[in-house]
Design a protein around this ligand. Structure first.
Ligand code: 8X3
Length: 249
């Protein structure tokens, strides 16, 4: 039996991360599922025959442990851990929320990428997928802290592609629009479920986490010479950030 290829997925405890871990395991990868909530990833790892690593991507020591568990060769890294905190206009925004968004969406991605680069190189054929957002393409009211961080994800991805051009590592950014996951909007609104539900109100079919996971699975199954630079994925009902078709009951 050949040794399975290794995929590391951060933020694997729910949403896009969990769906991606499942999809890559189905595709034959041995998946290292990383997230802060150990109980959730332990359950996931048991389900998919993978490995759970408790890891807060903003903590370099935890990330170093993740790299240790991942081992000397890693073929796919999905930098998915991230999130939005708050939706306040700049005039009233809480700097602590902005700092937290920068920490997880930007510095977290940096820590994990730096820690795993040697193993990605060593694999001889690797892929890094950074989960960006349509928020990394446009501006919207109340979104500046998050859009700034996700614009960061986009340019970090572009920069890494330039810097690693001579290496056997492909680099992709997946930029989802409206994805209805159990936690993204609830976290953004500090657990206010009514506000979270309002985001998707009347949208017949927002994307679901599996839609994004399938795109990642496809990107990861391209031949080694094919680099998918970026994919912007929105539900049919979202023509643009502000142009969402809603059906009122
Ligand atoms: C999520 C998209 O519209 O909430 O990354 O900024 S949005």
């Amino acid at each position: 039996m050949s040794t399975p290829r290794i995929a590391v997925v951060t933020g694997a405890s729910s949403g896009i991360g969990r769906a991606t871990a499942r999809a890559l395991a189905r595709d034959g990868f041995r998946v290292i599922a990383a997230a802060r909530r150990e109980d959730r990833i332990a359950e996931l790892a048991a389900e998919i025959g993978g490995v759970a690593v408790a890891c807060d991507v903003t903590d370099p020591a935890a990330v170093a442990r993740l790299a240790e568990v991942a081992g000397p060769e890693v073929h796919v890294l999905v930098n998915n851990a991230g999130g939005a905190f708050g939706l306040d206009p700049i005039a009233e925004a809480d700097p602590a929320q902005w700092k937290a968004m920068y920490d997880v969406n930007v510095l977290g991605l940096l820590h994990v990428t730096q820690a795993l680069l040697p193993a990605l190189r060593a694999s001889g054929d690797a892929l890094i997928v950074n989960i960006g957002s349509t928020a990394g393409r446009v501006a919207y009211e109340g979104g500046a802290g998050y859009t700034a961080a996700k614009h960061g994800t986009k340019v970090i991805t572009q920069t890494l592609r330039l810097e690693l051009v001579a290496e056997p590592i492909r680099i992709t950014e997946i930029a989802p629009g409206m994805v209805a996951t159990e936690e993204f909007s609830a976290v953004r609104f500090g657990g206010d479920q009514a506000k979270a539900d309002a985001v998707y109100a009347g949208v017949a079919e927002p994307l679901v986490a599996d839609d994004i996971a399938e795109a990642i699975s496809w990107v990861a199954s391209r031949p080694a010479h094919v680099n998918i630079d970026e994919m912007v994925i929105k539900p049919r009902a979202q023509a643009a950030q502000h142009k969402v078709h809603r059906v009122t009951p």
